[in-house]
Design a protein around this ligand. Structure first.
Ligand code: SF4
Ligand code: FES
Length: 306
């Protein structure tokens, strides 16, 4: 279809001094939330709007969301009023399943050609009963996403290491956790690329592995220092040290909790309870326990680890 040239309700002129009237219609490409809002604003400004959307309905990516970051607003609550307003707006013509095939003319007087693909139903007669959903050959076809590919190949040594670890657990269902533990022991953290290759080898998606790994405080995704310092954040240790142990460690190491110092010597982490409550306040370095730690002893203890 070729969109009609429209007279503007506000009769703007092109400013060339000859009084040539501009077309008062605007074509908006894309019926996502931005396209919908643009159409509503243009309509409110007095323009006739043609909103062209290639998919069967407007709403775009936001219609597929539950909440929006960072406010956690409900996507439907944000979008639905705009959808309804847009569909009811007599100044907005929504052209779904349509593509702009050509555009000619000049600023202010464009002519657009839009091709609308057939739907197989007559939209004006559809009551939205949904009976066609059950027999729809398109909707009922499962759409498999393309197989995941890691963003780059593994270095030879890493590939061999991963292959060795996976070979030990081959045929053992539910072995994700021990494999992750072995990788963590070997590297000191879980390298992202290794996880991606691991997911491919196990026929999983990386998101599934990350969901398991990120559930445990034990796993980290950034390189760690040569020595891991764990301070207890349990009630007993907290009550007895009143935070001075943690402060002293942060000061001596030169890094906060969850960080590694600049020289890469220590990584500082907190643990819910080290299981040394009777010896509180307690800490561990590379798994070696230290009980009844007075903050003044911290430099001497750290000095034992090069
Ligand atoms: S079966 Fe119902 S939803 Fe489907 S096209 Fe006909 S009226 Fe519309
Ligand atoms: S509270 Fe610190 S070891 Fe249990």
């Amino acid at each position: 279809m070729t969109l009609p040239e429209m007279e503007s309700p506000t009769t703007p002129t092109n400013g060339d001094g000859n009084g040539g009237a501009l077309c008062g219609a605007v074509l908006v490409c894309g019926g996502g939330v931005a396209g919908i809002q643009a159409s509503l604003d243009l309509s409110a400004a007095g323009f006739r709007v043609f909103l062209v959307e290639e998919s069967p309905t407007i709403g775009g990516g936001m219609a597929r969301l539950d909440k929006t970051f960072p406010t956690g607003d409900c996507a439907t609550c944000t979008l639905s009023p705009k959808l309804v307003e847009c569909m009811r707006d007599y100044n907005v013509d929504i052209l779904t399943m349509s593509d702009v095939t050509s555009l000619s003319g000049e600023a202010g007087r464009f002519v657009a050609e839009v091709r609308t693909r057939p739907r197989g139903v007559i939209p004006s007669k559809c009551t939205g009963c949904g009976d066609c959903w059950t027999i729809c050959p398109v909707r009922n076809t499962a759409e498999a996403p393309p197989p995941f590919q890691p963003y780059k190949p593994l270095a030879e040594a890493d590939a061999a290491k991963l292959g060795g670890i996976l070979a030990r657990y081959e045929g053992h269902p539910g072995s994700i956790l021990p494999v992750l533990q072995e990788i963590d022991r070997s590297y000191g953290y879980l390298p992202r690329l290794l996880l991606e290759h691991m997911a491919c080898r196990l026929g999983l998606r990386p998101a599934e592995l990350l969901r398991v790994a990120s559930f445990y405080d034990r796993f980290h995704f950034e390189p760690t220092g040569r020595h891991l310092v764990e301070i207890c954040a349990g009630t007993s240790c907290h009550a007895r040290s009143r935070g001075t142990l943690r402060e002293k460690l942060e000061k001596e190491i030169g890094a906060g909790v969850g960080e590694t110092d600049k020289s890469g010597r220590f990584t500082l982490r907190t643990v819910r309870c080290l299981g040394l409550c009777a010896l509180s306040p307690a800490m561990k370095i590379d798994g070696q326990p230290f009980g009844k730690v007075d903050a003044d002893r911290v430099p001497e203890i750290l000095g034992r680890f090069a």
